[in-house]
Every structure is written in structure tokens, then in C-alpha cells.
Design a protein around this ligand. Structure first.
Ligand code: 13P
Length: 255
């Protein structure tokens, strides 16, 4: 396979500074060198100190969970892409369903955030995924198409090549109800087709598409064995070093 395998841990709003340092140290201790890129996405407050902790570990990087689209200014409580980059982080999760739902992030805001992140030479991990009612109505592909068209497809091919996509069906997030391997493969294949139509098949084949939603050591292997699933964006299971490491070791070729 010629595209990158990634496992990213989205810590969400968990871990004090001390707890996060302990978790990251434990992950570092257990992490074996491999072709899989591992990205820790803690709350902002951890980024700088974890950056020092992980320095020199070639397959480990850091990401933020969000950023603002403006460069600087009177936006109390917000953090810019340049600030994220200055900590040593190289990724930013954008468009997570929790941000879309609780913080009313729209496609046009996300398009601006994507631009802000890319302008700093770092990469968005762009989340998409349908809610349960769309899955039940069979409109999941339309939902995901609208999200990608609104947030990403304004990019030119060169800029798009820096993007990682995460498909996270909302009904699978934090529910213990994961998408079946067939559902995941079907949507990942659909996303790759959309990229191919918008750009070209070469770029589509090079784009890393992660699955997220109740991914755990028990289901990661079958999900990661699907031809269009290139890894995972892990929530709850990324807060336990052993589970996270087990997921990282779940790719077929790392058996
Ligand atoms: P869970 O793995 O806890 O379901 O969360 C997935 C997620 O939202 C990752 O961004």
C-alpha cells in the first residue's frame, strides 16, 4: 500500500497536565518503531510539554483538537493555527461532530479553518460523518458529500494532498456501537471515489482515510483490514495506553 497508515488519539476534554504526561510517557514506553504514524491529540494545554517528551520519536506526532480561523485578535479563549504550530504540533482535528453539534461549526467556518491550518504548513484531520437519522434514512453518502464539498473541495490538489480525512459516523461515537467493517469500507470507498472525481485517482489513492467511532482493540483489526480503511481516530480507547497500543498494532501487516 502506498498511503500512510495513521492511528490518532483524540483525548477530547480529558486529562490534567499531570495525567496527560503520565499517559503519553506510558504510550512512548510501549510504542514500537513501525510504519504506522501515531498522533496524540490532547487538549491544547498539553501540546508544548508533550512536544518535548516525544522529540526524537520518529513515528509519533502531535495534533490539536481545533483552532480558530483568524490569525490573531480579540477572540477570547481561542487559539490560532500559528499558535498550535508554535508548540511543535503538526496536525489539527477539524470538524469533529462534537464541534459541529455543540459549537455550531458550519462548513464555511470549517473551510476557513482548513485554510488557516494549511497556511501554517501543518495538516488538518478533517472529520465527516452522518447522524443516526441520516443512516436510517439512507442519506449518509449525501451528508458526507456535502461535508467534504463544503469544507475541503475548494482546495487545489497540492493543498488537498496534505489533508487526512476521518470518517466518524456520529451514532458510533462514544456509544460502543461501531460501524460494521462493511459499513466502514463502503463509506471509505465512497469518499475515495469523491476525491477521485474532484481531483484524480492518484490523489484519491494517496489520501489517508481514518475510521472513528467506538474503535477498540477488539474491532480494530477487522476495520483496519478493509482495503480503504487506513487507520483510526480513537476516542475513549486512546486514554488507556495498553488499548491504544493494541490498536496501533492492529494493522494486518503488523501481525
Ligand atoms: P470513541 O472512540 O470514544 O467512540 O470516539 C471517537 C471519536 O470521536 C474520535 O474523534
Amino acid at each position: 500500500m502506498n498511503r500512510r497508515q495513521i492511528v490518532a488519539g483524540n483525548w477530547k476534554m480529558n486529562m490534567t497536565l499531570e495525567e496527560g504526561t503520565t499517559l503519553a510517557s506510558s504510550i512512548i514506553e510501549k510504542l514500537k518503531p513501525s510504519q504506522t504514524s501515531v498522533i496524540l491529540c490532547p487538549p491544547y494545554i498539553h501540546l508544548h510539554s508533550l512536544s518535548t517528551l516525544i522529540s526524537g520519536i520518529s513515528n509519533l506526532s502531535l495534533g490539536a483538537q481545533n483552532c480558530h480561523f483568524e490569525k490573531s485578535g480579540a477572540f477570547t479563549g481561542e487559539v490560532s493555527a500559528a499558535m498550535v504550530k508554535s508548540t511543535g504540533a503538526t496536525y489539527v482535528i477539524l470538524g469533529h461532530s462534537e464541534r459541529r453539534e455543540y459549537f455550531h461549526e458550519t462548513e464555511s467556518m470549517l473551510a476557513k479553518k482548513v485554510n488557516a491550518v494549511l497556511s501554517q504548513g501543518i495538516s488538518p484531520i478533517f472529520c465527516c460523518g452522518e447522524k443516526l437519522e441520516s443512516r436510517e434514512a439512507g442519506t449518509q453518502e449525501e451528508v458526507v458529500r456535502t461535508q467534504l464539498e463544503g469544507g475541503l473541495f475548494h482546495l487545489d490538489a497540492e493543498a488537498f494532498s496534505k489533508v487526512v480525512i476521518a470518517y466518524e459516523p456520529v451514532w458510533a461515537i462514544g456509544t460502543g456501537k461501531t460501524a460494521s467493517k462493511e459499513q466502514a469500507q463502503e463509506m471509505h470507498h465512497f469518499i475515495r471515489q469523491l476525491i477521485s472525481h474532484r481531483y484524480n485517482s492518484e490523489l484519491a489513492n494517496l489520501t489517508t482515510i481514518l475510521y472513528g467511532g467506538s474503535c477498540n482493540p477488539g474491532n480494530a483489526h477487522e476495520l483496519f483490514s478493509q482495503p480503504d480503511v487506513d487507520g483510526g481516530l480513537i476516542g475513549g480507547a486512546s486514554l488507556k495506553a495498553d488499548d491504544f497500543i493494541a490498536i496501533i498494532n492492529s494493522f494486518p501487516k503488523s501481525e
